[in-house]
Design a protein around this ligand. Structure first.
Ligand code: GLU
Length: 567
């Protein structure tokens, strides 16, 4: 379908991302922001960020800032919007809706004066009773326009008395035609819309009203947003017509699904925890190791009773850790913490409902900007394939030079786990990076499997799992015996370097283990790390340093008797 020419006064492409600051930027929102950004960048347009904070109870400054930071991390920079880290500002601000109340009031007054909107005084209880009656009569509920019957005197008196009221928009008769670049033409039949509220009892505009005024005054040419807003678009169109605003061009993006066909949502985290709770038969609220109650009895009961109840992020993370569950990443921040690269996430998100064609799948932001077009956006739901994202991340990490990887891993550690990098000398850390690079899929993986590097030597414990038993107890000369022999050998090394360690251990294996280095390396690995996973053994020993290695081997040998008898 050819792209229609924008109907706004200027022909410049102007897109906006308009999050409500009530939580975190999740992948769906990030995909919307990305498409808006790529579309405007590719056509020399402008990309705006507007913070829709009209829901006073649910909005927070921290959440708004979080959105700014996550977008910046992804490399999605805005030309106009909140001023943050040296960008933003612009002529059509302010860009926080809570700072635009006078603007909305002015336009609202216009509608009231033209008889296109009216005051309504029903209490929430009265409205609820109306909804209940409709439900019982099995009819769809629609506001009955009772307030239209009030005379001006009553209205003036009630307002003067301070009686709580809202302002409703008088929806005109007739179908609403939505023309959408992705979905084609959609018709909302006459009579479907009720007289919806445009100003709430707290004096704030509703989302519908603010969005329409802002899109017009900010000269937004294209509204690109998630398909969950399609129903809202009909309301926006009738409002635009009433206010005499041009219609922007609409493009509604498909929903994002999990591979199992469920809608991807922030509830997926709770879903994973619920599954573990059922599987592990957890009945009462878990108690942390320090004796603290993780969640109160009441909260626990409420959460267990309804799948709609979500735990706060921090609590969910603690509970997940306690139950040993990996929470699925949903928010941009989750992916950032899990060691994904922003360029990879952008690449992957862009494929959720769009593709550049010619089987091209892996590309950078510059390519995306150059190739992006709305006519290649699909209307069918997109599937979020975590395995593919992980493979993309791995490819990107493997394509890095050693130097680049060290830089990325350093930045990641400084940001997410400073205690890890602080515990090593620069030399140790660069060896750690180099030895982990070849197997690394995310920046977090080496940190996760490298926890033993940070332990005090006296804290290393040996869990006698099957592979640990095998490494220490099996064979004619068992692992413990090899350790007994290796200890003085390593002690005697003149220099604690990777090369010397390799020569010594290889030489020992040639003589005492038929050249099978693994038979020697694995007990060493277990002795120094407590488990069977570590970077290559010579690197591991070199990074840990002479003192730690010798101490850990000695401790492991000291524990030989009790470990050998543990089943
Ligand atoms: N503030 C709305 C939201 O966060 C989006 C508004 C829009 O894109 O029109 O869902």
């Amino acid at each position: 379908m050819p792209e229609p020419v924008p109907s706004t006064s200027s022909t410049m492409i102007r897109t906006r991302f308009a999050p409500s600051p009530t939580g975190h930027l999740h992948v769906g929102g990030a995909r919307t922001a990305l498409f808006c950004w790529a579309f405007s960048r590719g056509l020399d347009g402008r990309f705006l960020l507007r913070i829709e904070d009209t829901d006073q109870k649910r909005s927070s400054i921290e959440s708004g800032l979080g959105f700014c930071e996550d977008l910046e991390w992804l490399g999605i920079d805005w030309d106009e919007g909140p001023v943050h880290n040296g960008h933003g500002g612009g002529d059509t601000g302010p860009y926080f809706q809570s700072e635009r109340l006078a603007i909305y009031a002015e336009h609202l007054l216009r509608l009231l004066e033209d008889g296109k909107a009216y005051y309504a005084f029903e209490t929430p209880e009265e409205l609820a009773a109306g909804r209940k009656a409709a439900r019982e009569a099995k009819k769809p509920y629609k506001y009955d326009r009772a307030a239209l019957g009030l005379d001006q005197e009553t209205i003036d008196t009630w307002i003067a008395e301070g009686r709580p009221h809202v302002v409703r928009f008088k929806v005109p008769d007739g179908p609403v035609n939505i023309s959408d670049i992705v979905l084609g033409d959609v018709v909302v039949p006459s009579g479907e819309l009720e007289d919806f509220i445009i100003q709430k009892a707290d004096g704030f505009p509703t989302y519908h009203f603010a969005v329409v005024v802002d899109d017009a005054l900010m000269e937004v040419s294209h509204v690109i947003r998630g398909q969950e807003h399609l129903n809202n678009t009909a309301k926006h169109i009738v409002l635009q017509d009433a206010l005499g605003f041009d219609r922007p061009i609409y493009a509604h993006l498909s929903l994002i699904f999990n591979p199992d066909g469920s809608k991807m949502s922030k509830r997926d985290k709770d879903k994973a925890i619920r599954a573990a709770v059922v599987e592990q038969g957890v009945e009462s609220p878990p108690i942390l190791s320090d004796g603290a109650e993780l969640i109160s009895e009441d909260e626990w009961a409420r959460w267990k009773r309804s799948k709609d109840v979500q735990l706060p992020q921090a609590q969910a993370a603690l509970l997940a850790e306690h139950l040993g569950v990996d929470l699925p990443e949903i928010d941009v921040e989750d992916f950032k913490r899990a060691g994904y690269l922003p360029g990879v996430l952008i690449n992957y998100l862009s494929l959720l409902g769009w593709s550049p064609g010619n089987d091209i799948e892996q590309f950078d932001a510059a390519f995306l900007v150059k190739s992006f077009s709305l006519d290649r956006v699909l209307k069918s739901p997109a599937k979020f394939d975590r395995a593919k994202l992980l493979a993309f991340n791995q490819d990107a990490i493997q394509a890095m030079s050693g130097e680049e990887f060290l830089k990325e891993l350093t930045e990641f550690c400084r940001r997410e786990v400073p205690e890890f990098i602080d515990a090593m000398t620069p030399g140790q850390f660069s060896m750690f990076a180099e030895s982990n690079h070849p197997r690394c899929r995310t920046l977090l993986e080496p940190i996760r499997s490298g926890g033993f590097f940070l332990q005090d030597d006296a804290e290393v414990q040996w869990q006698m799992s099957k592979p640990v038993r095998k490494a220490l107890l099996n064979g004619e000369t068992c692992g413990f015996d090899h350790l007994v022999n290796l200890l003085p050998l390593l002690e005697g090394l003149s220099e604690w370097s990777r090369e010397q360690l390799e020569t010594a251990v290889d030489g020992y294996a040639a003589e005492h283990a038929e050249g099978k280095v693994g038979k020697v390396a694995q007990p060493l690995r277990v002795a120094v790390s407590g488990g069977t996973v570590s970077p290559p053994i010579y690197d591991t020993l070199a990074i840990l340093g002479r003192e730690s290695v010798l101490c850990r081997i000695q401790r492991c040998l000291d524990a030989r008797q009790s470990l050998s008898s543990t089943s």
